[in-house]
Design a protein around this ligand. Structure first.
Ligand code: F0G
Length: 377
């Protein structure tokens, strides 16, 4: 039976745009090709007329965007003979690294902060057989240790400082252009280490065959069938939103004790600091912060009004976008894409705690079930 029609992941799909050769053994779980969903109900609550799309990266194999980078990082690690990979993580990178290491038959060492890691992410890394090192410190301490130990032990770092991670993640921008038939005017992302915002800019620039000082532009031909006019529009303004308690890009300096309910972006020392400022400058975008309350309220609104469940960190992109639309900073008639970086099931505790949906207890009788329905219509 032919399996030609089966989608086999982003490396295979964008093979000519990624640093792999014919003989590279690809480690894939079918990542990428995630839906771009147009919001209907939330924009109708706004005074302004805008199109808002969400790129639902929570629908990747381990339920976050990290899989896009991990398929590349693990593929290249295996190609270069690695037997073990290592990462520091606030949770999603570790879940992804553990899965791709399992797939490749190599060992994953995961360095996570003591506490402040969402249950779903921990569950993934544990069941996927990673060796978990819980450090008494935060993500930034873990990252420092990972860099130090990689000089002394035979392990390949698969955090986003590994350049292959950004190569894989840039494909999200390719997909968005292909799904929309153009680039959005604004692309909003939650920012922690700033690897993802950098990777998107890489992707948009490469697609447009436009120069960026982020990289040597190896682009020789455009992908897709865009007209010259469309190509001119293939780079959005990149907007990066951080949690108020972990907002080094807004403070203009590193943060020693980052705190936020959005544990995925509880980061004070972003690894892609310089890259992110380049993105900011080249795209003409901006950074801003969202409070924990704004993040949670937006997470809930997205679930209640559109049926889309993302984790708290992911909601920062939409929270920031909505505020900037209301204030006029993002003009009317704009086309906006917000990346929902991780699935809401990653962090069930937060969802349950902030849920106001009534749980009506009833006896197992028709009368009680019927009256409960009629009383709650
Ligand atoms: N959203 C989610 C759900 C994340 O897990 C992360 C990062 C980000 C946004 C920020 O992306 O770092 O590229 O700016 N999570 C990393 C981790 C740090 O360890 O899982 P970034």
């Amino acid at each position: 039976m032919s399996s030609k029609k089966i989608y086999t992941g982003l490396i295979e799909h964008y093979r000519d745009r990624l640093p792999v050769s014919e003989s590279t053994q690809i480690i894939s779980l079918g990542e990428g090709n995630t839906p771009l969903i147009k919001l209907h109900n939330i924009p109708s609550l706004l005074d302004k007329d805008v199109d808002i799309y969400v790129k639902y990266e929570g629908l990747n194999p381990t339920c976050s965007f990290k899989d896009r980078g991990m398929t590349m990082a693990v593929t290249k690690a295996v190609e270069n003979g690695a037997k073990a990979i290592i990462c520091a993580s606030t949770g999603n990178t570790s879940a992804s690294a553990a899965a791709y290491a399992a797939r490749a038959g190599i060992t994953a060492f995961i360095v996570i902060p003591d506490g402040k890691i969402a249950q779903g992410k921990l569950a993934q890394a544990m069941i996927e057989g990673a060796i978990i090192l819980q450090v008494k410190g935060n993500f930034d301490d873990g990252m420092r240790l990972v860099k130090e130990v990689a000089d002394e032990a035979p392990v390949t770092i698969v955090n986003s400082i590994n350049p292959f991670r950004l190569q894989g993640q840039k494909t999200a921008a390719f997909e968005i252009i292909e799904q929309l038939g153009r680039a959005p005017d604004f692309h909003c992302l939650p920012v922690g280490n700033a690897g993802n915002i950098t990777a998107h800019w890489l992707g948009y620039s490469e697609y447009a065959c436009a120069d960026s000082s982020l990289f040597t532009n190896a682009c020789t031909s455009k992908i897709g069938n865009l007209s010259n006019e469309q190509i001119a529009k293939t780079r959005p303004k990149m907007l990066g939103y951080q949690a108020s308690g972990a907002a080094p890009f807004i403070q203009g300096d590193m943060v020693d004790k980052p705190e936020t309910i959005a544990t995925a972006i509880r980061i004070g020392y972003p690894q892609s600091w310089d890259y992110a400022w380049t993105v900011n400058k080249e795209s003409g975008g901006w950074f801003d912060r969202c409070s924990d309350n704004e993040i949670l309220a937006t997470q809930k609104m997205l679930a209640e009004k559109e049926g889309i469940f993302c984790e708290p960190a992911s909601a920062a992109s939409l929270a920031g976008a909505l505020r900037d639309v209301e204030s006029g900073k993002i003009p009317s008639n704009s086309c906006i894409v917000c990346t929902l970086t991780g699935h809401g099931l990653k962090d069930p505790d937060i969802a349950i705690n902030q849920s106001t949906a009534p749980v009506v207890k009833v006896e197992a009788s028709l009368t009680q079930v019927k009256s409960a329905i009629l009383n709650n219509m």
